[in-house]
Design a protein around this ligand. Structure first.
Ligand SMILES: Nc1ncnc2c1ncn2[C@@H]1O[C@H](COP(=O)(O)OP(=O)(O)O)[C@@H](O)[C@H]1O
Ligand SMILES: Cc1cn([C@H]2C[C@H](O)[C@@H](COP(=O)(O)O)O2)c(=O)[nH]c1=O
Ligand SMILES: [Zn+2]
Length: 193
């Protein structure tokens, strides 16, 4: 019949924002709704993020769902089963650039891909591969935390400890959410020394 797609249309959804903005909570909410709709969901997280649980995606409020920890984007592609409807990925900023093609391919196969990750690093720079993932996504949701300094909507992650590497896994002991005005792009906190 004319106008009726031959296969289900896949899509890529990105949930992004600063730390503590509710990205993981929103990802888990979408996963739970998909399961309620009897869709088959596979969830993944990067192996590097060992903060709370190796086999679960866990929010800062300790809400969690089961997930497989993988080291590379290729391992996600290898593990996706034929019968899977939804692929959910947390901490997408920690994956290699291949994650863009993997998400694109899965969506082209008809799957719904939902990826959550930081849009900016501790200096306020775009956090690869998130910008490209956002570019190929059908839908991008930006969520905001509460600024730890002024209480306004926070879009940035302030690093609180003096470490000048892009990757530094951590939580509230190492980072706080800040708005544009309160954020300071620097490696060493002024108040610490
Ligand atoms: N500054 C903050 N702003 C908003 N939520 C915060 C803040 N600090 C802690 N939280 C908690 O973090 C939760 C969001 O956690 P989570 O979904 O894991 O965020 P993200 O994945 O974006 O880091 C909120 O529901 C709230 O309880
Ligand atoms: C800003 C920034 C963050 N990280 C790390 C810190 C956490 O382990 C994750 C973000 O987790 P969340 O679920 O968004 O709270 O990323 C980093 O390695 N480098 C950075 O610049
Ligand atoms: Zn502020």
């Amino acid at each position: 019949m004319r106008g009726v797609p031959a296969r289900p249309t896949g899509s890529v959804e990105v949930i992004t924002g600063s730390m503590f903005s509710g990205k993981t909570e929103e990802l888990i909410r979408r996963i739970k709704r998909a399961i309620l709709a009897r869709q088959r969901v596979q969830a993944f997280k990067p192996r590097i993020d060992d903060r709370y649980d190796a086999h679960r995606i866990v929010s800062h409020e300790a809400v969690s769902v089961e997930a497989v920890a993988v080291g590379t984007s290729a391992s996600i592609e290898e593990r996706v089963l034929d019968e899977t409807d939804v692929v959910a990925i947390d901490e997408a900023q920690f994956f290699d650039r291949g994650i863009i093609e993997v998400c694109d391919k899965l969506a082209n196969r008809g799957l719904r891909v939902i990826a959550a990750g930081l849009d900016q690093d501790y200096l306020g720079r775009p956090f690869p591969p998130m910008p490209e993932l956002m570019a190929i996504a059908e839908e991008v949701t930006k969520v905001h935390a509460v600024c730890a300094v002024c209480g306004g909507p926070a879009s940035r992650s302030q690093r609180l400890i003096p470490k000048a590497t892009t990757v530094l896994v951590g939580g509230a002991e190492s980072y706080e959410a800040r708005c544009r005005g309160c954020f300071e792009a620097r490696d060493v906190p002024r108040t610490e020394f």
